[in-house]
Every structure is written in C-alpha cells, then in structure tokens.
Design a protein. Structure first.
Length: 282
C-alpha cells in the first residue's frame, strides 16, 4: 500500500460569501490536520476502543483522537457554532452554523490497514449544508464544495480541478457502489437488494466509506451510489460535493437523502436506480 501526502489547502476559486469562505477554510484545515494524524499516527497495535451498533461496528482510539482534534480546532475558531460528531460531540451553538463531522469514515478499512478511509467535515447554515470537505489521505486527495460554487479537488494531478459527474450512460452500463449496515438483519436485506440489482447494471462495488463513494460519483469514477442506514455525518459533505458536481441526490421517491435511503447518481442513472430500489423495497 502506497502512502500519499494529503492534498494541499484549496487553491481554486474562493467563495464570494465571507462566511462560507471562512467555513470552507476551517473545514479544509481541520480535515488536513486530522488526516495527517490518522495517516502518520496509526499505531501498529491499533485497538478497538468500543463498538457502536453491533460488535462488528467498531470505533478505534484514532476515531476519538481525530474527532477531538477537529472539534477543538472548530471551537477555537468559531466557539458559537453547533457541532454534531460521530463519536459523541454534540453542542447546540448560537450562531446558526452547525458542523457535522465524521472524523474517520471507513473505520473498519482503517483498522485493517486498507486505504479506503476519509475525514468528512460539513458546515450547515439554516439546516442546509453550505460547505463540505472530504480528505482521503491515502489517495492524497481532498474534495471540497461550497453551495453554488461547484465541486473541486486536489490530488495527484497538477493543481486543482473542477469535478463533473459522468455523462449519460444508461443504467445497464452504470458502475454502482453501495454499502452494508452492521446489523445482521439489515445486511441480509441489503444483500438481497444487491443480488437483484447486479444483473441490471454494469457492476457493483463496495468501498467501505460513504464519503468517498459520494466523491467518486462527483469525480466520475462511479455512475451511482446508494446505501441504507447512513447517518448525517456519513453523507453531509459528500452529498454537497456530488450535487455541486452535477449529480442528483435523494432518498426514497419524493424524499431527501436520509437514514432510510441515500442515492447519488448521474442524472441519467438516478431515476431508474431510485425506481428499482423502490421496487426492491430498499
């Protein structure tokens, strides 16, 4: 496995709204520092600190350390903001801004030394996500978006590039990613949905980080992604990045992305994929 250096702080077009620019820079700095901590500080004897929804849904000592780093930086710079973090950080705030933080999305991958894990940080204003950053340290990539400003990424390529989802491939030529819940009964239902979907698409992938899957839709590496059981911190930043790259996001028909179902796909794939998932009872 090749280790890469996280992408630099954003050098592309800056948000015109001063608040959104401040939120973006704070998220970029927090994601960069947390990514470096996780990449460089991973102990050889990394231990499971606790479990969440089931014995296989783990939280490591590094999840906790990364969340403390992120929330501490945000509290120092914007002490009046609210916070919602996967590992327990929760404050109401008085500014109208709330941060939604997943310090380590893809914990099981990280625990096993697999490279597909990320740091996801989003800022909400009035209940809407206005800035989002996903850092993928082992790829050396950082994705970012501000509402209305497009989606951008730094990585192995020169400079920063604007992201755009793939063109109008039909569903039967679509590469689709998904994820599985850690509760056994739900996993069984999800496996049945995937079994029925596989003959109808090009292929299915299972990466293990919802934030990365959403960014891969934005970057044109996937035609679609769906998953049941995501929490707000799993999808907040990636959902904004995918939408700003031209993807369509939603949940069950007529609903926004939620824990019931999250879908992100190219405009050509979204509706038929959503319809199939509804037919399958996803």
């Amino acid at each position: 496995m090749t280790e890469a250096t996280p992408g630099p702080l954003s050098t592309g077009p800056r948000p015109t709204d001063p608040l959104h620019a401040e939120l973006l820079e704070t998220a970029l700095e927090a994601a960069r520092r947390a990514g470096e901590l996780l990449r460089d500080g991973r102990p050889a004897d990394l231990a499971v600190a606790a479990t969440k929804s089931s014995p296989i849904d783990v939280v490591t000592e590094m999840d906790i350390a990364a969340e403390k780093l992120i929330t501490g930086l945000i509290a120092d710079r914007r002490p009046d903001d609210g916070l919602l973090g996967e590992e327990g950080a929760a404050t109401e705030g008085t500014s109208g801004v709330r941060w939604v933080v997943d310090p380590l999305d893809g914990t099981v991958n990280y625990l096993y030394g697999l490279p597909t894990w990320s740091v996801s940080i989003a800022a909400e204003q009035g209940g809407e996500t206005v800035a989002g950053v996903v850092a993928v340290p082992m790829r050396g990539e950082t994705y970012r978006a501000v509402r209305g400003g497009g989606a951008w990424a730094t990585g192995a390529w020169d400079g920063e590039r604007r992201l755009a989802c793939r063109g109008a491939a039909p569903l039967d030529q679509a590469l689709v990613s998904t994820g599985f819940n850690y509760v056994a009964e739900v996993r069984a239902e999800q496996a049945e949905t995937a079994r029925r979907l596989i003959p109808l698409v090009r292929d299915i992938r299972r990466g293990g980080s919802a934030a990365i899957d959403l960014c891969d839709v934005a970057a044109g590496r996937l035609d679609g992604y769906y998953e049941r059981g995501l929490h707000p911190w799993d999808r907040a930043a990636g959902d904004l990045i995918a939408r700003e790259a031209g993807a369509v996001t939603g949940g069950r028909p007529g609903e926004r992305p939620s824990d019931r179902l999250t879908i992100a796909a190219t405009p050509a794939v979204f509706e038929p994929l959503q319809r199939l998932l509804a037919d399958f009872g996803a």
